[in-house]
Design a protein around this ligand. Sequence first.
Ligand SMILES: Cc1ncc(CN)c(N)n1
Length: 225
Amino acid sequence: MEKKPEKRGMIDTWIDKHRSIYTAATRHAFVVSIRDGSVDLSSFKTWLEQDYLFVRGFVPFVANVLIRACKDSGESSDMEVVLGGLASLNDEIEWFKREGSKWDVEFSTVVPQNANQDYRRFLEALMSNEVKYPVIMTAFWAIEAVYQESFAHCLEDGNKTPVELTGACHRWGNDGFKQYCSSVKNIAERCLENASGEVLAEAEDVLVRVLEHEVAFWEMSRGGQ
Ligand SMILES: Cc1ncc(CN)c(N)n1
């Protein structure tokens, strides 16, 4: 049977419109250096330290998305998708701790860098009740999708990803995580279909801002702030 082409929604339209920042976030030099094996391991360690702190701040954000999915969605399956994401953050934190001991990282002494603090402040602002559900779901999708696309790239054919880094790549580059991102995208697209012009403008803006924060986060790993 012929496969039906997937329906293009607002998110795909916005990605096309903001292609250069989308590519900057999903094909950043740090990610490309993992894929081609030239990665500087001290950059990887910086990323690991900073991302552990980020993920700890991401938990309350996702918990808030879960509450909004229960209160504002009207579709009971939204809650199940987000709950799955929250549960996998538990595994993620355990993974970071194991990885930290492998790389001799003492997380308790790590200080969040500026890009990390800015990103976390942005997430906190999104947790306000004033922010509409379609806007939150768009942001949530973008945050997860950047990691999925980036790390899946490090596993694609022809990669020279160092074996000690493949664990990180599989964590976000695996098919289950891809499927989960696609479910989150479907939720966001469904909400955006019925959104007002004002909410659409806000969601587009938030999408671009997530991509900018992701670029700054990768830059920080390579020694920027
Ligand atoms: C900066 C960042 N962005 C996204 C993810 C994926 N949850 C993450 N761990 N860190």
